[in-house]
Design a protein around this ligand. Structure first.
Ligand code: UD1
Ligand code: CA
Length: 478
């Protein structure tokens, strides 16, 4: 079968402990730009057209297997007896029809899809048995050194421990990413012998291929820093910075303005529409989607949320919420999970919203809290208003219907409904449902007859907005 007829497969080695991370979390699960580094490796492979993946697990196997469950097959290597042994285990779970096999490691999240594509191309060029990635390092200590043959390909990889002085001086190192002729690999892997330490070195395959009269191609990494594995948290932070820069640049090339990339952190899965503008000090995390023409920041933190067209979120925290179009959020608003904000709303100045749906054109300003509520359209929520949704045991719902006006410092003791167009007076403690169009005042709030026409509400957003009409003397202090 010709190599091009079947899609290539890949084995990703991730059984090692990653001792230098000094972590209780398996190294390959440490996040980079919001997702585990191993997932970045699988993403890059998939983008290069390699989607049949096997991850070899060992240390922290349960957690690693759970993380990749919907993306890759897994194979457990117990005990860990070296990289060749890991590949032998991985081969048992790999598709038998794959004619080409990429082998890489779970700790190289910055390796670009183009590199995997280049490896496969190099493998095909001279029907090599192996193509591998090399990097030229100022300080090659710790890495396997490449020995080049007369044809420019590799003739051997010598591990640091086995290298003589001359070989140690070589600065071209083995990165640990390879493409193999799968048929040859399946046969040759059994010929790898244990090293003095009892480990089986994958790198021994290079000399075996040469002995078989097969070529070993070398692809030089365009950027050594992207090709190298992450071994400790210092390297993790460097990789994070590189990854963030790459993500920011991608969005800018797609038509998003990022005013100050150095202070803007955008996770790998975030989508941003054209002509959106990201202001300084902003974090967009998780599966956030920002629509076109939205302005986010300065100083916004948005996680797992959707922000609609032309909306503006600044100096605020938005989590697991949705915001429709033309909305203003902030400064100093906190949308907690389950907030659904309708078009043209204004939510700001110390406003907190949780598990609450708010209709179009509603205004909520000035240190107030809406939780477990359903709020209609064009409602005005006055300063200091609060839904008392928790009775100590259970959460209850508050319903505020269209056009209601909630006076400053209104306490809504749930479960309670405030009817369409109803008004609550300043300081009202609403314990019973308010009928549509009625006005209630006091503690506990009770209906009053109004002796003047209801005036136009104050300019929306002013502290006086939603203030109670003054009850007549007869109604006062009943
Ligand atoms: C390996 C290469 C070396 C290369 C270096 C690049 C070998 C023998 N040497 O050395 O030439 O320069 O990577 O980083 O391959 N793993 C398993 N099971 C095992 C052992 C390792 O899954 O039994 C995984 C580890 O999780 C890790 C990777 O393989 O992701 C590399 O293993 P490691 O022991 O770190 O190899 P190095 O000594 O760094
Ligand atoms: Ca290593």
């Amino acid at each position: 079968m010709s190599a091009q007829l079947t899609a290539p497969a890949a084995i990703v080695l991730a059984a090692g402990q990653g001792t230098r991370m000094r972590s209780r979390i398996p190294k390959v699960l440490h996040p980079l730009a919001g997702r585990p580094m191993l997932i970045h490796v699988l993403d890059a492979l998939a983008e290069a057209g390699v989607s049949r993946l096997v991850v070899v697990t060992g240390h922290g196997a349960d957690a690693v297997e759970a993380t990749v469950a919907d993306r890759a097959a897994t194979a457990r290597q117990e005990p860990q007896r070296g990289t060749a042994d890991a590949v032998r285990v991985g081969l048992q779970a790999s598709p038998a029809d794959a004619a080409e096999l990429i082998v890489t490691m779970g700790d190289v999240p910055l390796q670009a899809p183009a590199l995997y594509a280049a490896l496969l191309e190099a493998l095909r060029r001279r029907s090599a048995a192996v193509a591998l990635v090399s990097a030229n390092l100022e300080e090659p200590a710790g890495y396997g050194r490449l020995v080049r043959g007369a044809d420019g390909g590799a003739s051997a990889i010598v591990e640091e421990a086995d290298a003589d002085e001359a070989t140690r001086a070589v600065r071209e190192v083995n990165v640990g990413t390879y493409a193999f002729d799968a048929g040859w690999l399946r046969e040759a892997i059994g010929r790898v012998e244990a090293s003095a330490s009892g480990e089986y070195y994958l790198t021994d395959l290079v000399a075996l291929a040469v002995a078989d009269g097969r070529a070993v191609e070398i692809v030089e990494a365009p950027d050594a820093a992207d090709a190298m594995g992450i071994n400790d948290r210092v390297a993790l932070a460097v990789a994070e910075e590189r990854m963030r820069r790459r993500i920011n640049e991608q969005h800018m090339r797609n038509g998003v303005t990022i005013v100050e990339p150095a202070t803007t952190r955008i996770d790998a899965g975030v989508e941003i529409g054209q002509d959106a503008r990201i202001e300084p000090g902003t974090t967009l995390a998780g599966s956030t989607v920002i629509a076109q023409d939205a302005v986010i920041g300065p100083d916004a933190h948005v996680r797992d949320s959707r922000i609609g067209p032309r909306s503006h979120v600044w100096a605020s925290v938005v989590e697991e919420s949705t915001v429709a179009e033309d909305v203003e959020i902030g400064p100093f608003a906190h949308l907690r999970p389950g907030a659904e904000i309708g078009p043209r709303c204004r939510i700001g100045n110390f406003a907190e919203v949780k598990k609450t749906k708010i209709g179009a054109g509603t205004q909520q300003h000035h240190f107030s809290y809406l939780g477990d509520a359903e709020v209609g359209e064009n409602v005005n929520v006055g300063a200091g208003s609060v839904t008392a949704n928790f009775d100590g045991t259970e959460k209850h719902r508050t319903v505020i219907e269209d056009g209601a006006s909630i006076g400053v410092d209104t306490m809504m003791v749930a479960p309670v409904t405030i009817g369409e167009g109803a008004t609550t007076g300043a300081g009202a403690v609403v314990t019973r449902d308010v009928a549509p169009g009625k006005t209630v005042v006091g503690m506990p709030a009770r209906p009053i007859e109004m002796h003047r026409r209801r005036s136009q509400p104050a300019e929306a957003g002013e502290p006086g907005a939603g203030q109670a009409p003054v009850p007549t003397g007869a109604d006062r202090n009943p």
